[in-house]
Design a protein around this ligand. Structure first.
Ligand code: PLP
Length: 380
């Protein structure tokens, strides 16, 4: 058995998604910008995909722009808001993904904005009173806060943050990469000016995503070139990626309740087994709180041990794929700015297990048993 529990890094492609994409790889190859029949049929398919996504999110197709993934969508939202609207101040948190943090820090370094970080407690819960205070002092602000943390799974109250931003006339960008396809986003209710999606996080293809940009905000392209995406993003569209993205989101919405129940069941099972079988084990952030964390992520903290350094390697040898923090970090817990910001003891071992609809209870039992063996409670 080889167990894949790194679904927050990427998910396997759904066969149904592949089947929807295949004709656009093999038969319908036209350039969507061409005005002849080959181009027009592909253009129609792209617009249908845009309509599907807009419909699921309760917004208009004119507000959906296809990108190369979550990183580009986050960059576009941030850089273009700052530059197009002349905003000089931004608020974020130390717990954001690097797609957001490094982008804002680059703008700060170039002198294009001043940046404030929201206070948070040891569990990673953001201080929304601090947000109110900062916004009261800085009327023209971009707020960029993620919906769910990719390393510890904490869900932020984006409805409350959106309402605070609205009250202070601030622009709100919510990095929804980890919740898209796992929760229902209703843009009629959520007061966000920008949200994003990345297909490979919900069983779609890699290298394609989208940005929802509020029509009330006139932003400019990040990538200059042709007039694709209504002049918002130059470059020939990733046609089969876009088809796969829309199909994957459609399936995610269609089967969401069933999959949520299945995956939450797996997560609960792992929490229960690990608590029972591994002494001194704790959970990072709000990871073990079913109401306040992503059902797809469990961040586990293990007591200091002689195997800490080799923890992920030991799991890999035991045919378990998981990660230390985010996929972009290397080593057992090295390189995780999130765990560092939470002040987690660096001598402990940290593992992020992340689940998908394809995981099974047998896999969970196998992982719990292997971890217990590594921590010596169960004989190998
Ligand atoms: N934002 C968050 C919260 C993520 O978890 C990720 C990917 O892990 C990204 C942004 C970047 O998405 P992509 O891999 O599509 O560029």
């Amino acid at each position: 058995m080889r167990v894949y529990l790194d679904n927050a890094a990427t998910t396997p492609l759904d066969k149904e998604v592949f089947d929807a994409m295949a004709p656009y790889m093999l038969e319908h190859f036209g350039n969507p910008s061409s005005i002849h029949g080959h181009g027009r049929e592909v253009r129609a398919a792209i617009e249908k995909a845009r309509k599907t996504i807009a419909g699921l999110l309760h917004t208009s197709p004119a507000e959906i722009f296809f990108t190369s993934g979550g990183t580009e969508a986050d960059n576009t939202a941030i850089v273009c808001t700052i530059r197009a609207l002349g905003i000089k101040h931004a608020i974020t948190s130390q717990l954001e993904h690097h797609a957001v943090l490094h982008t804002l820090q680059m703008l700060e370094k170039k002198g294009e904005l001043t940046l404030n970080y929201l206070r948070h407690n040891a569990q990673g819960v953001l201080d929304l009173e601090h947000l109110e205070e900062l916004l009261a002092q800085n009327p023209q602000t971009l707020v960029s806060v993620m919906h769910a943390n990719n390393e510890i799974g904490n869900l932020n109250d984006v409805e409350a943050i959106g309402a605070i931003c609205k009250k202070h006339n601030a622009v709100f960008h919510a990095d929804t990469v980890q919740t898209m396809g796992h929760y229902r986003h209703d843009l009629q209710k959520l007061n966000a000016n920008f949200i994003v999606g990345s297909a490979h996080k919900f069983h779609g293809p890699k290298g394609v995503g989208f940005l929802y940009a509020d029509a009330g905000i006139k932003v400019q392209p990040l990538i200059h070139g042709g007039s694709q995406e209504r002049n918002m993003r130059g470059g020939t569209e990733n046609v089969y990626g876009i088809i796969g993205l829309a199909k994957a989101l459609e399936i995610a919405y269609r089967d969401m309740d069933e999959h949520q129940q299945h995956i939450q069941g797996l997560k609960d099972r792992l929490i229960h087994k690990l608590k029972e079988q591994v002494d001194g084990l704790t959970f990072n952030g709000l990871s073990a709180d079913a109401d306040k964390s992503l059902y797809t992520v469990l961040s586990v903290s293990l007591p200091p041990s002689d195997i800490t350094e080799m923890l992920l390697f030991s799991l890999d040898i035991n045919k378990i794929s998981a990660s230390g923090g985010s996929a972009c970090s290397s080593g057992a817990n090295a390189g995780s700015h999130v765990l560092e910001a939470l002040g987690i003891d660096p001598n402990r071992g940290n593992i992020r297990f992340s689940f998908s609809k394809y995981n099974t209870p047998e896999e969970i039992d196998y992982v719990a048993e292997k971890l217990a063996q590594l921590y010596k409670k169960v004989p190998a």
